[in-house]
Design a binder for this molecule. Structure first.
Ligand SMILES: *Cc1c(COP(=O)(O)O)cnc(C)c1O
Length: 447
């Protein structure tokens, strides 16, 4: 039983393999790693997953992550044994992913100009720490526990630290978070304090904070839970699982994500590659990534805006030189990522290669939207009675753009992931106080 799961380098021309208990985030040659499973899971599990929606007092059935535990069983436990689940699996009392499924939102559909029944939006902001990060953090901290990690380390634009801090506190493990000084939304920063993390302020942006945290994790034996951690990627596969389950495992035409470090994009790609290989889905949905205009590395490289070369996974032989050149160009010209959507204010997406692999497998597209388009997107979600943050507003904004440009066709079924809830309270206040904004409802004074 102990040899079903292992780690494997993503580069098909390298393919180095490691034991599942390894804490490395890259192979000896510096490539990212995948969690791999040897056995093909039976499609009969679909019924088991569905039946667990009546959890019968089992928190691992209640959890929207661990409900799918047979597909994430890197601990290689007996998934039917509650005792083994309790011993190994990290869960915040079954809360991660529990409330998350896709909904129709008629006002958003009207905004993006499609039929309401063709548009599904899945709010991940109702996770216990308020973002999709909990899906992957439950699995990453599970692995940290499996290998007896003494300290959790991450860099964060806010939500990663909130999620890591929450689980670390609950499991009584130390947690250090590296943040770009002064660039984290107050609602996120306060969570990191509240959960007792050690905040380490880095003078610079998220990319600098990540570089520092990786360096220190190596030096001081910390366990990194950023999305370079392949076990984070495993948990985030449950985001598309839940969407697909709601759609009766009939794949939609599109799945749309905001693009930051590209962990979600990578995870969705891996999820779809596996489900397709296992014959669980017949059709491959296309992934669309929405960048902020002010942090659009993937958009520029993928669409040939830099040196007129379209960067592709190219069956495992991507033009890595082009990425290096692009980063040099950013440095040389002092170009720093800049958007009010701080969750996606990232210039060097660490998962870019996995992201490219996902885009190649799904025939994906990358678009960009402005800050004001994201704010409109965020606000129209609010007018449907759902809460989301500005980075998530990139999703309706991007869908609108793709429908207008006929990239998304009139009858296509679209699932958009709303990645987090509002933690930057002044953004909606400022938005609504400016009558120029499309959906603003300014306050009235009582005469
Ligand atoms: C982390 C985060 C993102 C970016 O996701 P990646 O997987 O890094 O691309 C987007 N939105 C929110 C709310 C986030 O917290």
């Amino acid at each position: 039983m102990q040899d079903n799961a292992y780690l494997k380098c993503i580069d098909p021309h390298c393919g180095l393999e490691y034991d599942i208990s390894s804490t490395r985030i890259e192979c000896d040659k510096g490539h990212l790693l995948d969690v791999k499973y040897k056995k093909i899971p039976s499609r009969v599990l679909k019924e088991l997953f569905y039946n667990r929606r009546n959890p019968q007092n089992n928190i691992f059935n209640e959890s929207g992550v661990w409900r799918f535990r047979e597909l994430l069983n890197f601990c290689q436990i007996d998934t039917a044994s509650t005792e083994e689940c309790s011993k190994y699996l990290v869960s915040l009392d079954g809360a991660e992913g529990r409330q998350s499924k896709p909904y129709h939102m008629s006002k958003v559909a009207h905004f993006v100009e499609t039929k309401s029944e063709n548009l599904w939006l899945q709010p991940e902001g109702y996770n216990p720490s308020g973002s999709f990060k909990d899906n992957g953090m439950a699995t990453a901290i599970t692995h940290a526990k499996l290998v007896n990690a003494k300290k959790i380390v991450c860099a964060s634009t806010g939500n990663t630290s909130a999620s890591a801090g929450m689980y670390a506190a609950n499991e009584d493990i130390e947690c250090d978070v590296y943040i770009p000084s002064g660039q984290v939304a107050p609602g996120k920063l306060s969570q990191a304090y509240q959960f007792g993390t050690q905040i380490i302020q880095v003078d610079g942006n998220f990319d600098d904070a990540l570089a520092k945290s990786l360096e220190d994790a190596k030096k001081y034996d910390g366990y990194t839970v950023n999305s370079v951690n392949p076990f984070r990627i495993e948990g985030q596969k449950t985001i598309p699982y839940r969407a697909l389950e709601q759609l009766g495992w009939e794949a939609p035409d599109w799945i749309v994500y905001p693009g930051g470090a590209l962990g979600n994009t990578s995870s969705c790609g891996k999820c779809l590659m596996e489900l397709y290989e296992w014959n669980w889905i017949k059709k491959i949905p296309r992934i669309a990534v929405v960048n902020a205009e002010g942090a659009n590395t993937l958009f520029e490289l993928y669409n040939g805006k830099f040196e007129e070369t379209e960067l592709r996974w190219n069956k495992g032989k991507p033009n890595v030189e082009l990425i290096v050149k692009y980063y040099k160009h950013l440095d040389k010209n002092g170009i720093r990522p800049k958007t009010k959507a701080t969750a996606i204010q990232i210039g060097r997406p660490v998962n870019i290669l996995k992201g490219l692999r996902a885009l190649e497998f799904t025939n994906g597209v990358v678009v960009e939207v402005s800050d004001s388009e994201m704010l409109d997107g965020m606000s129209i979600v609010g007018l449907n009675g759902f809460d989301c943050e500005m980075a998530s507003g990139a999703v309706p904004a991007g869908i609108k753009k793709m429908i207008k440009d006929e990239v998304i066709k009139k009858d296509d079924v679209v699932v958009g992931i709303l990645t987090g809830r509002q933690k930057d309270p002044m953004l909606p206040v400022d938005y609504h106080n400016n009558p120029q904004n499309r959906f603003a409802i300014p306050p009235r004074d009582k005469k």
